[in-house]
Design a binder for this molecule. Structure first.
Ligand code: F0G
Length: 465
């Protein structure tokens, strides 16, 4: 792998620089735009398929090689990210690759959810099954390896909890020191505990995620810290690899529609980049649509999408899906491009809709964190609007593990998640759905007769006898 095989291109003004020439905030000095990592196969701009020339990787050879690596015992081959390293040559010295064997996540079918939403089948790519419990690991292994390759000692990120967990873990593996900025309050405790467990210097700032980003952006210009937020384009190189995995798992049959949660809006664009690159290399004949779903209380992209002037206005964010509690998303333009180029959609969903969707995914034995459940809640709307038809093959990207935010789940099942006013907004039909899904724990005396009695009445209530 040679650094010289990639460049960075500003997504706003098109300026191209070498990877090592980028500044500490990963923004173009001329126009403040974000960068994309580009390769010889990134050269076409219109999404059309390039004719693979002699200097481009050969599609069938790649498929064969990726399959072959599955039987290897080398850590880089066992990683479901680095197995695809041919399509992101970003590290000079392979010895600097930091891997926790990320990726290789399951593609589950969700037959009950498909039935609920009225489509023939539904798949979920569960990125919560990564080593630290979220999709962030796929991006962190890539960008942190670049940090190690470029001999940084300190790495840092601002986070709603998952990026920080991933960064802390990978930094610890690499022997780098990490600084985490998270909002004081309104993040899930499990995520906070991870960054402590993995030894990060954890700072809770008395502000929200957007405020944490502001402070960190200033700090990296004053101290030699490698910034690992998703403005760092190398993160996206790892985060594009689930697109490759999905295709492998579907035996190279292209799905019709991918549904992704939207927060800081990097992941949707990373997946879009992955699909577009596969298309240009002739690995797939067409590209799926990518739709992005936001929480109503943190919906700047949705507002942009429905605005006839297409203006992006930051919002003050608030949602119980704390992972996506972001009002001023850094990568919004990249995500907007993906929607526009691939013909996807943007939707918003309410707190009540998120909770119902999460419980329905949980009831299939899969489970996910609230931010991931927006995908299923959003899919219901896309189907109702006719944007997704019955026979289309849809893949939801579940971004975080259900244990990431167990307090949310407990509050939901105990009926303590919503305020009275919020409960009053739920339709009678949905109230009945919630009631059927809620499984609050009951406390009993340690007496067999009492337990048997409780079991009998439970069976009667759930009509199993
Ligand atoms: N789902 C989960 C579980 C997340 O943690 C995030 C983002 C997203 C979805 C949204 O992805 O930002 O690429 O649009 N979490 C970041 C963090 C912001 O700090 O962990 P996005």
């Amino acid at each position: 792998m040679k650094v010289a095989t990639h460049h960075l291109r500003c997504t706003e003004c098109g300026a191209v620089i070498t990877g090592s020439a980028v500044n500490s905030i990963f923004r173009c000095p001329d126009c403040n735009g974000l960068y994309d990592v580009i390769y010889p196969w990134s050269s076409t701009d219109n999404g059309s398929s390039a004719t693979p020339g002699s200097n481009l990787p050969n599609a069938s050879a790649l498929r064969w090689l990726w399959q072959e690596r599955r039987t290897s015992t080398l850590p880089v081959d066992q990683s479901g990210v680095w197995r695809f390293r041919d399509l992101f040559p970003i590290v000079e010295d392979p010895a600097n690759i930091v891997t926790l064997r990320e990726g290789n996540t399951p593609l589950y079918d969700l037959p009950q959810c498909a039935k609920i939403v009225g489509i023939d089948s539904l798949l979920a790519k569960h990125q919560g099954m990564n080593p630290t419990g979220s999709f962030k690991d796929t991006g962190m292994t890539a960008a942190l390896s670049v940090a190690a390759d470029r001999k940084f000692e300190w790495v840092a990120c601002a986070s709603t909890g998952n990026t920080s967990a991933a960064m802390a873990a990978y930094a610890a593996r690499a022997g780098l020191r990490s600084i985490v900025f998270i909002p004081d309050g309104k993040i899930a405790w499990g995520k906070l505990s991870q960054s402590m467990d993995y030894g990060a210097f954890t700072i809770q700032l008395k502000t929200d995620f957007d405020g944490c980003v502001r402070i960190l952006t200033d700090l990296v210009t004053r101290f030699p810290i490698y910034l690992l937020n998703s403005v760092n384009p190398y993160r996206l190189e790892g985060q594009k690899t689930p697109a490759f995995e999905i295709l492998e798992q579907l035996d190279w049959q292209v799905p019709d529609h991918i549904v992704v949660p939207g927060g800081n809006l990097a992941n949707s664009s990373a997946l879009g980049k992955g699909f577009m690159e596969m298309h240009r290399l002739g690995l797939i004949p067409r590209i799926p649509k990518i739709s992005i779903i936001q929480a109503e209380g943190a919906n700047p992209l949705y507002r942009w999408f429905i605005d006839s002037n297409r203006v992006m206005r930051p919002v003050t964010a608030d949602t119980r899906a704390t992972a996506i509690r972001i009002g001023n998303p850094a990568s919004w333009r990249k995500a907007a491009n993906v929607i526009d180029r691939l013909g996807g959609w943007c939707e918003q969903v309410s707190e009540q809709e998120i909770a119902l969707a999460k419980a329905q995914i949980g009831a299939e034995g899969v489970g996910c964190e609230p931010a991931s459940a927006v995908t299923f809640a959003g899919l219901k709307k896309l189907v109702a609007m006719g944007k997704v038809t019955r026979e289309e093959r849809v893949v939801l990207i579940l971004t975080g593990h259900t244990l990431k935010d167990s307090q949310y789940t407990i509050d939901y099942h105990r009926g303590e998640l919503f305020t009275e006013a919020e409960n009053a907004q739920i339709s009678a039909e949905d109230q009945a759905r919630h009631t059927a899904l809620r499984k609050p724990p009951i406390v009993l005396e340690p007496d067999s007769d009492t337990v048997l009695h409780a079991l009998e009445s439970h069976m009667k209530m759930t009509q199993l006898v």
